[in-house]
Design a protein around this ligand. Structure first.
Ligand code: G3P
Length: 217
């Protein structure tokens, strides 16, 4: 399973990328706002750090303007993935840009039927939002499972990019179901390393080591 990092914070991306934890990056207008950076400038910098796909999101709502924005974003670097919302205009944009050979990530997906449409429009990635479904008392993981089943039933090649990941359990469940990619904030990726029994075990080892009076170096 591929790990994308869901941020426009270049320092956080660099740190995880140096550890080999980053197969790609996803951004959105809220993350660009959080970064305080110009979208074109920060996206170009991210594309220079990471070899894999870097999603940059259009903000127009009409297809013609979305297509124009998508083409402009795609000029930033070869690894740009144009991110479009799951609306009719977004699906039209997806079809046009994917026919031009560009990578497209269809975002804000909340149903299996939406994911089916995105695959038929040639999406490279579909982004179902797990956490936001959990927020309204639905089970985001059910959606990941349904999309996996439907894509496998018909051999769709669109990759399932599990998004709006808030917890380590979302990562585990996405991996078990067979999502192709997860995108998560740096804090969630880092917390995958944590386990209370690891901390407890290490603490006991350190106490016993101190009692030996030895040193390795
Ligand atoms: O990739 C989409 C993601 O950024 C949304 O996450 O936590 O805002 O629902 P969240």
């Amino acid at each position: 399973m591929k790990f994308f990092v869901d941020t426009a914070d270049v320092d956080a991306i660099r740190e995880l990328n140096d550890l080999g934890m980053v197969d790609g990056v996803t951004t959105n207008p809220s993350l660009i706002l959080k970064s305080g950076r110009d979208i074109l400038e920060v996206t170009k910098e991210i594309c220079g750090i990471v070899d894999g796909p870097v999603s940059a999101e259009v903000v127009a709502l009409e297809a013609d303007a979305m297509i124009a924005e998508g083409r402009k974003l795609a000029e930033i670097a070869d690894n740009i993935t144009v991110k479009v919302p799951l609306t009719w205009a977004g699906l039209k944009t997806c079809k046009v840009l994917s026919d031009e050979g560009r990578m497209v990530n269809v975002t804000l997906c909340f149903s299996a039927n939406q994911a089916l449409l995105a695959a038929k429009a040639g999406a490279t990635f579909i982004s179902p939002f797990i956490g936001r479904l959990d927020d309204i008392n639905l089970d985001g993981m059910d959606l990941i499972q349904d999309i996996r089943t439907i894509y496998d039933n018909f051999g769709f090649e669109t990759q399932i990019l599990a998004a709006s990941i808030r917890t380590v359990n979302h990562v585990t469940q996405s991996a078990l179901i067979g999502a192709d990619v997860i995108t998560a904030p740096p804090s969630v990726i880092k917390s995958l390393a944590s386990h209370p029994l690891t901390d407890k075990g290490l603490d006991a080892f350190m106490k016993d080591w101190a009692k030996t009076g030895q040193s390795i170096l």
